[in-house]
Write a protein that binds this ligand. Structure first.
Ligand code: FES
Length: 103
């Protein structure tokens, strides 16, 4: 199992926005929603856009290219809940936001 990695500081991601970070060999989209942080794979499974750059509303991120919608809390594709992108564990330690990659 991978270790937690610090990716950002509290306050560096405005509410209802995301940002993209490299964690190990993956790109991870980290979102700040309702005072909590959530991490999912950054690459949209449609054509590879960066989900971390998407518009966030009501806990859903819209892919910036063709507006596929994913729940930031668990990566579920809203239009077909049988499919999802990986979601990753997040914790806050002091002022650091840390992510541990899913297996
Ligand atoms: S690349 Fe994300 S919806 Fe098309």
């Amino acid at each position: 199992m991978s270790e937690f990695v610090t990716v950002a500081k509290i306050g560096s991601i405005p509410a209802n926005q995301g940002a993209t970070f490299t964690v190990g060999d993956r790109l991870v989209a980290l979102f700040h929603v309702d005072g909590q942080y959530h991490a999912i794979d950054d690459l949209c499974p449609h054509m590879g856009a960066s989900l971390g750059a998407g518009y966030v509303e009501d806990g859903i991120v819209l892919c910036p290219w063709h507006a596929w919608r994913f729940r930031v809390c668990d990566g579920t594709w809203c239009d077909n809940p049988k499919l999802k992108v990986a979601n990753h564990e997040v914790r806050v330690v002091g002022d650091e936001i840390q992510v541990r990659l899913a297996p």
